[in-house]
Design a protein around this ligand. Structure first.
Ligand code: HEC
Length: 138
């Protein structure tokens, strides 16, 4: 009886240890965890990097946040997963398709982005399209 109890205890302990180790490794290697860090900076293609520069230069962070930085009212984390590149472009320049959903003041500012050089706009789209992690991982 005592031996049985000891054996069960040993088995139980082993199960707990293995379980904890598995849980720990799951948490440490959660899918996307490493990617999340990378993706917050967006893809590292030259155009996406140029897009990040354009994002900073044009004051997008005055209304938007990425990775917890900027205005938390309109986070853009994961926008590449929610929207196709064309739709991202519509939102940047407040095209006819999205204009009714924006206030007049926001439309005015966003429409000024339509005057950006095409290369810069495309870089912005590429950068945002590369943000494919839904939430701020911190
Ligand atoms: C004056 C404020 C303001 C500025 C500046 C601004 N936006 Fe926006 N943007 C908004 C609002 C408001 C929306 C509506 C959706 C929302 O609230 O997330 C929006 C929507 C978007 C969306 C769609 C988001 C989604 O999840 O559907 C994208 C992409 C976007 N903006 C990109 C940009 C980029 C890039 C810049 C800089 C070039 C920029 N915006 C500058 C206010 C702004």
């Amino acid at each position: 009886m005592r031996e049985l109890l000891a054996k069960s205890l040993a088995a139980l302990t082993a199960v707990i240890v293995v379980g904890l180790a598995a849980a720990f490794s799951l948490v440490q290697n959660a899918p996307g965890r490493q990617d999340a860090r990378l993706d917050l900076r967006g893809s590292q293609t030259p155009r996406a990097v140029a897009g990040r520069t354009a994002y900073d230069r044009n004051g997008c962070a005055g209304c938007h946040a990425i990775g917890g930085q900027g205005n938390p009212r309109s986070p853009l984390d994961g926008v590449g997963q929610r929207l196709a590149p064309d739709a991202i472009r519509d939102w940047i320049v407040a095209s006819d398709r999205v204009r009714p959903r924006l206030s007049a003041g926001v439309v005015r500012i966003k429409q000024s982005y339509a005057a950006l050089p095409e290369e810069e706009l495309q870089a912005l789209v590429d950068y945002l399209a590369s943000l494919n992690v839904p939430t701020d991982p911190r």
